[in-house]
Ligand binder design. Structure first.
Ligand code: SF4
Ligand code: SF4
Length: 279
């Protein structure tokens, strides 16, 4: 069972929910696919036993063969290859490694080379637990390849939790695609409602079942509940804000290690999403 945890924007408690759910399960794998700002590892204190370089290919143009026909530039949706007046320019940071420009080049002037775009870290975090996170190199635009790799190496797991990037970007789509269920973390604020609407649209278009965890449920207003009610969206749990929780999180510790209230909340979410046997 693949369960992705996502949110309309950062700061909703998505990672807090991910790591505390992960720690509440007897056997599970967690991947942090929020590759631009991974932070699950800050709470899990694991030891890295493997670092894997993730590479992408990008085009190199043989200017002796190139006729400046312009077909590669017309094809590329990311403006990563641009036939200028005297030669073809390649912007490797923008390239999404789709392989299309080589296919459309009529003179075989394009070949590919590769470079590292980031890393995957494999960590030991306890018995029956696997944790991996990806990190995109500074200056790289797309980490979809890292996310796909993270999902590929964990595709046979019985319970896989995916801490996804916030929003509805290509990285988010790559993270949640193929999930059996998604948990949306949301704050009960007017912005929370508008951010969440986009996520709901995305999940409905991908036909993925989902439910919502309202974080800091005792703050804000009731707009979020009105929206969820109107849309018939299940509230999996409400989690209150408490000052002690903020302090525990700031220390990089797990809430489930300190609070029965949070242990019960995580257990309820697991029961609703995975069933009694996993709680
Ligand atoms: S491989 Fe794809 S994304 Fe990269 S330059 Fe060629 S067409 Fe553009
Ligand atoms: S498609 Fe090939 S020949 Fe045409 S501009 Fe691009 S590299 Fe040059």
């Amino acid at each position: 069972m693949k369960i992705a945890i996502l949110s309309g924007k950062g700061g909703t408690g998505k990672t807090t929910i991910s790591v505390n759910l992960f720690s509440s399960l007897k056997k599970a794998t967690l991947i942090d696919t929020d590759i631009e700002e991974p932070n699950s590892h800050l709470f899990l204190n694991g030891k890295t036993y493997l670092e894997e370089d993730i590479k992408k290919e990008y085009p190199v143009v043989d200017h002796d063969l190139c006729t400046l026909c312009g077909k590669c530039g017309d094809f590329c949706a990311y403006n990563a290859i641009i036939p200028a007046k005297k030669k073809v320019l390649v912007f490797d940071d923008l390239c999404h490694d789709c392989g299309g420009c080589k296919l459309v080049c009529p003179t075989n002037a394009i070949s590919y080379t590769d470079k590292s775009i980031g890393k995957i870290f494999y960590q030991n975090v306890g018995e029956n637990k696997e944790f991996l996170f990806g990190k995109l190199s500074v200056g790289e635009v797309s980490g979809v390849k890292i996310i796909e790799h993270l999902k590929n190496v964990t595709k046979k797991e019985e319970v896989l939790l995916i801490d996804s990037p916030p929003g509805t970007s290509c990285s988010t789509v790559a993270s949640i695609e193929g999930s059996d269920y998604c948990i949306i973390a949301v704050l009960p604020t007017p912005f929370g409602v508008s951010d969440m609407k986009m996520v709901v649209e995305l999940l409905r278009s991908l036909k993925i079942d989902f439910g919502v965890v309202v974080n800091k449920s005792n703050l804000g207003n009731t707009d979020i509940y009105d929206y969820l009610d109107k849309e018939g969206i299940e509230v999996l749990e409400n989690i209150e804000f408490r000052e002690e929780f903020a302090k525990i999180i700031a220390r990089g510790e797990l809430l489930v290690d300190h609070s029965k209230y949070i242990r019960d909340k995580m257990s309820n979410i697991i029961k609703k999403v995975l069933g009694d046997t996993y709680a």
